[in-house]
Design a protein around this ligand. Structure first.
Ligand code: ZN
Length: 180
């Protein structure tokens, strides 16, 4: 399964998530918002140094299906440039905010979009027990699990989620490893 974290980096929550991932030697994928990359490049460097995958999640988190083509391109390119400036690494995966995309946009963007198969709704209920329960209920092989590293309850849920995955003999891989 792939653990994926969207909308960061966040100055206090993302480091806690990285600490837990490091403790259990688990790799994850972080879909980063460009303007937050610009604010916290040192956290993005840490994500890459610790072997996680990073993806482009646009500059300002718009619904890109409502933007003109050049607006989408700007959202994509500015974010890639901020990530490259912070890490010397260019993302190979994209995640459209809200999962909102189209065939036209998929053809326009140079890297594939990765959506998800388990939505924890962590941003909505903000309850670690619900996040844990939703993952357990829907867990399947090659699952791509959507969470957000900008909410403290998500960090609070992570250790139990990883222990449950390990107990059920699931390996944690990056989003691209499942996509490919
Ligand atoms: Zn998002």
């Amino acid at each position: 399964v792939a653990l994926t974290f969207d909308d960061g980096p966040h100055p206090t929550v993302t480091p806690q998530i990285l600490d837990i991932l490091q403790k259990y030697d688990v790799q994850a994928t972080f879909f980063l918002v460009g303007q937050r990359v610009q604010q916290h490049p040192e956290i993005v460097q840490r994500i890459v140094e610790e072997g996680h995958e990073i993806g482009n999640h646009t500059w300002s988190h718009p619904n890109i299906t409502t933007l003109p083509i050049n607006g989408v391109q700007q959202e994509f390119i500015k974010t890639n440039e901020a990530i490259i400036a912070a890490t010397n690494y260019a993302p190979t995966v994209f995640r459209p905010p809200y999962g909102a995309t189209s065939d036209t946009l998929e053809k326009l963007l140079p890297i594939p979009s990765v959506l998800w198969s388990i939505d924890t709704l962590d941003w909505q209920h903000r309850d670690p027990q619900q996040t844990i329960a939703i993952v357990n209920k829907h867990l399947h092989n090659n699952a791509i699990i959507l969470m957000h590293d900008i909410h403290q309850p998500t960090a609070d849920a992570l250790e139990t989620i990883i222990l449950n995955l390990q107990h059920a003999n699931y390996d944690c891989v990056t989003a691209s490893e499942i996509l490919l």
